[in-house]
Ligand binder design. Structure first.
Ligand SMILES: [Zn+2]
Length: 270
């Protein structure tokens, strides 16, 4: 497989490209295909949200799309499918809670036993993927002016401690892995209130601005507020489904299927 057919590029709006990558290629326990890497084009500056799995170079694709604009690179959070292309960029932003893990080589040795051919790409690097040259911390409320588009960082912990969403002045809400339809990776049950309060934060944004469209980092887009309310209600209902849980060792998690079919939950056992 080559770089050309690994990523699928789609122009969603004049100023918004989506670079899609199938993460199930690495290990089919991951079913949330595709990963959506978003590229926003302001008049002066472009913003890339995530750098993907690091299997093939993404920078040449980005360079072609941004033309002469400056480029900002942000990670929505630290999980392996989002930051492993960071090495191709001089400077990457991530929430301050996750700066340590992203500043050193990223250990993907849990893929050593994957039967999939593509894992050789990680083996060539001894399953340690190098970081960006410089990693810069983000915090809630940080704002980037791209020229005619302003993007604001919204800290939404839960899925991970430093998960962020991005709200634009043009009405897009990039939800990262905080909300999408598909397999959900949740912290242990005691931390559900953190997950739920992040969802409330996003629901409030949507209620204030009815025109906001949601762009999740996995699967279908755009979504609307019902993604957030479906997920909120689903997570609240896990308590009632607790007896149906099964062990899923690869993720060291409990697996519970939502009866709606919209979500499967992996709840951390650690
Ligand atoms: Zn993800």
């Amino acid at each position: 497989m080559s770089r050309k057919n690994h990523f699928e590029i789609s122009k969603h709006k004049d100023y918004l490209f989506v670079i899609k990558e199938n993460i199930s290629l690495v290990n089919n326990v991951y079913t949330n295909d595709p990963l959506n890497i978003y590229l926003l084009l302001g008049t002066d500056t472009a913003l890339l949200l995530d750098t993907g799995c690091g299997l093939f170079p993404i920078r040449p694709i980005v360079n072609e799309l941004i033309d002469k604009r400056d480029l900002l690179v942000l990670n929505s959070h630290f999980h392996w499918d989002h930051p492993l292309g960071n090495v191709e960029f001089e400077k990457v932003y991530i929430h301050e809670n996750e700066i340590d893990v992203i500043s050193k080589p990223y250990d993907v040795s849990y893929f050593k036993d994957s039967p999939n051919e593509i894992v050789k790409k990680y083996a060539e690097q001894n399953f340690l993927i190098p970081p960006a040259k410089e990693v810069v911390p983000l915090k809630d409320g940080d704002v980037f002016d791209l020229g005619e588009i302003i993007a604001e960082v919204i800290h939404c912990p839960g899925h991970s401690p430093g998960s962020i969403c991005l709200l634009t002045s043009t009405g897009e809400l990039f939800t990262g892995d905080v909300a999408y339809y598909g397999d959900q990776f949740l912290p242990k049950r005691e931390e559900f209130p953190i997950v739920l309060s992040s969802l409330i934060k996003l629901i409030d944004i949507c209620k204030k601005n009815k025109k906001v469209e949601l762009y999740p980092s996995h699967r279908n887009y755009p979504c609307d507020i019902s993604l957030l309310t479906d997920l909120y209600e689903g997570i609240q209902n896990i308590e009632n489904l607790w007896d149906t849980k099964e062990s899923f060792d690869f993720f060291q998690a409990w697996q519970i299927d939502d009866p709606s079919g919209k979500f499967r939950y992996y709840i951390s056992r650690n």
